[in-house]
Design a protein around this ligand. Structure first.
Ligand code: IPE
Ligand code: IPE
Ligand code: MG
Length: 242
């Protein structure tokens, strides 16, 4: 049973295993990605129903451009279609869409559809659903450092004032809280350049389930596991109890 008084405020998911799921079924990778969008739908609905405040999904990394061109263009296509299909449901469920990553490098139609959907959901004040697209944590930190360096050079900030708050303000996630729970599916236990700064104190949850098979039940299991953990933030267990 989920304890509604102890929900993670921000859940981030590395949705992995579409290709292997398809291969197991003797199908091509694209088939896996198409079915992966069904899992996205289920998890988003479940999170909104549970009143999770922030859900951030890793949809396309800066490294994913290195995949076969055919696969990349199919992924972009699926994204446009999913945005169109989900818009009404996002409005109905009061979900606000956002994105992190350098979306200016996405194909023009994808960028346009994305901005359009973001604008159409901007007045919703329920769950904030953030899609990481052309996102890489090193790229994010690099562009933050460039911006800060330029402000220091132009005397807008002095070096000794560069602190965690200032760094946060230059990240794509500037308006998001730190990640409380990071889930990765498909049995891989790595971060793959996702939210390095923001997961500093996240609880990590690795599921063996391949993404297209991931459903509400698995999502709830991840939250239940999170709720059994003691988040100490450097303190002792005794300190937390008193
Ligand atoms: C995750 O599934 C989807 C994206 C990275 C876009 P994969 O496509 O990485 O599936 P596997 O890891 O090859 O099974
Ligand atoms: C991470 O998955 C990126 C996304 C889920 C979008 P990958 O499947 O690309 O990660 P690696 O390459 O196996 O680490
Ligand atoms: Mg993968």
């Amino acid at each position: 049973m989920i304890d509604e008084t102890n929900l993670p405020k921000h859940i981030a998911i590395i949705m992995d295993g579409n290709g292997r799921w398809a291969k197991l079924k003797g199908k091509n990778r694209v088939f896996g990605h198409r079915n992966g969008t069904e899992a996205v739908h289920k998890v988003v609905e479940a999170a909104a129903r549970m009143q999770i405040e922030h859900l951030t999904l890793y949809a396309f990394s800066t490294e994913n451009w290195n995949r076969p061109q055919q696969e990349v263009s199919t992924l972009m296509d699926l994204l446009i279609r999913a945005l169109r299909r989900e818009l009404n449901k996002m409005v109905k469920n009061n979900i606000q869409l956002k994105s992190i990553g350098d979306i200016s490098k996405l194909p023009t139609e994808v960028e346009k559809e994305l901005i359009d959907t973001i604008n159409k959901t901007r007045d919703n004040d329920g769950m904030i659903l953030t899609l990481a697209l052309n996102y890489g944590a090193r790229q994010e930190l690099t562009q933050a450092m460039q911006q800060i360096a330029s402000k220091v050079k132009n005397n807008i900030i002095s070096p000794e004032n560069v602190d965690e708050t200032i760094i946060n303000k230059h990240l794509y996630t500037q308006n998001l809280p730190s990640v409380d729970l990071l889930i990765r599916t498909s049995g891989e236990q790595r971060i793959s350049n996702f939210l390095l700064w923001q997961i500093a104190y996240a609880e990590l949850y690795f599921s063996e389930v391949l993404w297209p098979d991931f459903n509400e039940k698995h999502f709830e299991e991840a939250i239940t596991s999170y709720q059994k953990r003691e988040r100490r933030f450097g303190k002792t267990s005794e300190q937390l109890i008193s």
